[in-house]
Design a protein around this ligand. Structure first.
Ligand SMILES: Nc1ncnc2c1ncn2[C@@H]1O[C@H](COP(=O)(O)OP(=O)(O)OP(=O)(O)O)[C@@H](O)[C@H]1O
Ligand SMILES: [Mg+2]
Length: 371
């Protein structure tokens, strides 16, 4: 049974619809990440779950019970906000224990809980400091400590790492993952960082303009994006999305891609879906991630369907562990991810290997995935 279920949820501010027909469910101990561009409604959805915003229609259930009409304090939820306003005049211990103090938890019990949480978050040596004496990452831990100490049914995190610098973000991401592994509490986590989404989530919900674009595991979202928006949003560098034509030949279907000079590149396709066959002679959007487009020596030998083609290399960008090469296909810049030591130079025509097992196709009109 799902632990947190959001059913046909609509939310408007006044007459402006913000969230439209959201359906999501997550099992107990799951880590749901809500991801999408700024303004798509992520915080609004989180606030609806927390009870900080009333919903317009639909249902939210936690552990089978509707939370309709329940005050935030009755929902057994703890939330960590992006701006984790700590009480500046209180110590770290005071900040973590404040909620318990308000609820009249006895001092000894409070101190025990604060100590346990501080140890978990590795801030036990900071308990007597004031927030102004802490680094950004340490403050963020205190904010998390305030939530953890309540031992709730569900944690809600709204972009908790967005105020931290890049290095610290990555460290805290690992910490949060470790924490979740240990506590096994159900988490709903908002971010617009797609790498954070991929690394933390057991399930990802991709939102755009208040509409759920796709809900699935990180692998489903990455490998089988429901539409071009999801394909483009998830993954860095982004998936190449190119206009192509589907041609029929003696040995089956092939994908034709325009090259700036000369003949189009034809990629014979082994085992295309029957749905793709319906696009014979028509345009499609061909999606291929940079890592599925590589130098032939670095190509995946296990690929069932792969093809090679000559491409003019326009830019070469060494990136340490890999080298990115940019070519032009279908009238667009295409990024290929090559081995670091790939022998490639600007202005050269180089053979690139396309792993077509990893290719996805989209209908140019509906922008939905074909097959
Ligand atoms: N209290 C409010 N009254 C009216 N409109 C609001 C209110 N709060 C948010 N909105 C609008 O609802 C939409 C969704 O906002 P929301 O804060 O949920 O976006 P978000 O996905 O969290 O964005 P970000 O990534 O920038 O935090 C936005 O268009 C915003 O302007
Ligand atoms: Mg937000």
């Amino acid at each position: 049974m799902s632990f947190l279920a959001i059913e046909s949820l609509y939310k408007s501010y006044g007459t402006v619809p913000i969230l439209r027909d959201i359906n999501i469910e997550i099992e107990e101990g799951g880590f749901l990440v809500l991801v999408g561009p700024s303004g798509c409604g992520k915080s609004t959805l989180l606030n609806c779950i927390a009870g900080l915003e009333p919903i317009t229609s639909g249902e939210i259930r936690i552990n089978g019970k509707s939370v309709a009409g329940l005050h935030p304090s009755q929902r057994d939820i703890a939330m960590v906000f992006q701006s984790y306003a700590l009480y500046p005049n209180m110590t770290v211990a005071g900040n973590i224990g404040f909620g318990m103090e308000i609820r009249g938890v006895p001092k000894a019990e409070r101190e025990k809980a604060i100590k346990a949480v501080a140890e978990t978050l590795q801030i036990d040596h900071l308990l007597n400091r004031k927030p102004s004496q802490l680094s950004g990452g340490q403050r963020q831990r205190v904010a998390m400590g305030r939530a953890l100490v309540r031992n709730p049914q569900v944690f809600l995190f709204d972009e908790p790492l967005s105020n931290l610098d890049a290095k610290l973000r990555v460290d805290m991401r690992t910490e949060i993952k470790r924490l979740h592994h240990r506590l096994k509490t159900t988490i709903v986590y908002v971010t617009h960082d797609q790498i954070e989404a991929m690394t933390l989530a057991t399930k990802i919900a991709v939102l755009k303009d208040g509409v759920l674009q796709q809900f699935g595991t990180p692998a489903e979202i990455y490998n089988s994006p429901a539409n071009m928006f999801v394909a483009d949003f998830m993954g860095s560098p982004a998936m190449n999305l190119l206009t192509a034509r589907i041609a029929d030949g003696p040995s089956g279907l092939s994908v034709l891609l325009d090259r700036p000079d000369g003949e189009p590149l034809a990629l014979p396709f082994n085992g295309a879906s029957s749905k793709l066959a319906a696009y014979k002679g028509r345009e499609v959007i061909f999606g291929i991630r940079p890592e599925a487009l590589t130098d032939p020596d670095g190509a995946d030998r296990k690929a069932h369907s792969s093809a090679e083609g000559e491409c003019l290399i326009e830019v070469v960008e060494p990136a340490g562990s890999d080298t990115f090469a940019i070519t032009n296909l279908g009238g667009k810049e295409v990024v290929a991810r090559l081995r670091a030591d790939a022998n490639i130079a600007v202005g050269q025509k180089a053979k690139l290997a396309f792993n077509l097992d990893k290719a996805v196709f989209f209908d140019p009109e509906s922008q939905s995935r074909i097959g």
